[in-house]
Design a protein around this ligand. Structure first.
Ligand code: GLU
Length: 294
């Protein structure tokens, strides 16, 4: 029997919810609900220096105001450190991962990816040692539901990559995979800025001997001047009071062609229409699209 659909939205609270992240949230919500699946929310708050006070509350409150109601309890990565450490310890014990004391400067001086300097050095654990996972040279190929076939030679994965940083922070690449496996996520719908991370994540699925999820990477909205609408660039936080108009705009940008009479409808009615009429193949199959003009 095919496994039931489980999707998720996994924001990082390094900023408030803005229009670009709303698109990813709406697309993953619609895809999950259209498949009568579950839709989870996970707060990716591991990079503590980058967390902005109040961002998590704003993100959750805004999702709620936009009618994007999630299933079950919200999961916080900061409460799951032992789980990630367990995987790291296991790989250190099996030799699949190793400690590394290279500075960013020495790696940059080498040019390109990580040259494997510490692979055979057998460095002990130390407070300022990073942990890297070994990557074998095999090309990683996957088919994105929207972007099509994506192929990356292992050399382009930048070599053995970091799973625990020198400052002790667990790397996103590891945490996201461990959690998606633990939460039995079958379908990942997220922004196309993460397309390049997917091969590294697929490598970790391979090491953990778990089936990979399906992926759909929605285009990123770029500002008219070509800059990414990222939280760090300080894009305007979404206002709950503008929910109906902004959601309608999001459905238009996702090329779902909502009927004009829905523009003033409550968010619940807009979402009900969009779930019933969800057509992911209408999404622009691009990595980037321009911000809509208002
Ligand atoms: N936490 C990541 C971000 O906000 C998204 C992770 C994911 O969807 O895989 O960019």
């Amino acid at each position: 029997m095919p496994s039931p659909y489980i999707g998720r939205f996994a924001p990082t609270p390094s900023g408030y919810l803005h229009f670009g992240s709303l698109l990813a949230a709406v697309a993953s919500y619609l895809d999950a609900r259209h498949h009568r699946g579950r839709w989870l929310v996970r707060i990716e708050d591991l990079d503590t220096p980058r967390n902005i006070p109040g961002a998590t509350e704003h993100i959750l409150r805004t999702l709620d105001a936009y009618g994007l109601h999630w299933d079950g309890e919200v999961v916080w990565q900061s409460e799951r450190l032992a789980l990630y450490q367990h995987v790291i310890d296991h790989w250190l014990a099996t030799g699949q991962a190793y400690h590394c004391d290279c500075s960013r400067r020495t790696i940059l001086a080498h040019g390109g990816g990580y040259p494997g300097t510490c692979r055979e050095r057998g460095l002990p654990a130390a407070p300022d040692h990073a942990v890297r996972v070994r990557v074998e040279s095999q090309p990683i190929v996957f088919r994105d539901r929207l972007q099509g076939e994506f192929r990356q030679a292992a050399d382009d994965l930048s070599g053995d990559f970091i799973i625990r940083r020198r400052d002790g922070i667990i790397a996103y690449q590891l945490a996201v995979v461990v959690d998606d496996i633990a939460q039995q996520v079958t379908d990942i719908v997220r922004g196309a800025d993460l397309l390049d991370s997917t091969p590294r994540q697929l490598w970790l699925y391979h090491l953990l001997q778990q089936p990979a999820p399906r992926y759909l990477h929605v285009p990123l909205v770029m500002r008219q001047d070509g800059e990414k609408l990222s939280k760090r660039l300080g894009s305007a936080p979404l206002e709950a009071s503008q929910a109906a108009a902004t959601l309608f705009r999001a459905l238009q940008v996702l090329a779902q062609e909502p009927p004009a009479e829905l523009a003033q409808a409550p968010v619940g009615d807009q979402l009900a229409w969009a779930v019933a009429h969800w057509q992911p193949d209408k999404l622009p199959a691009k990595r980037q699209i321009p911000e809509p003009r208002t």
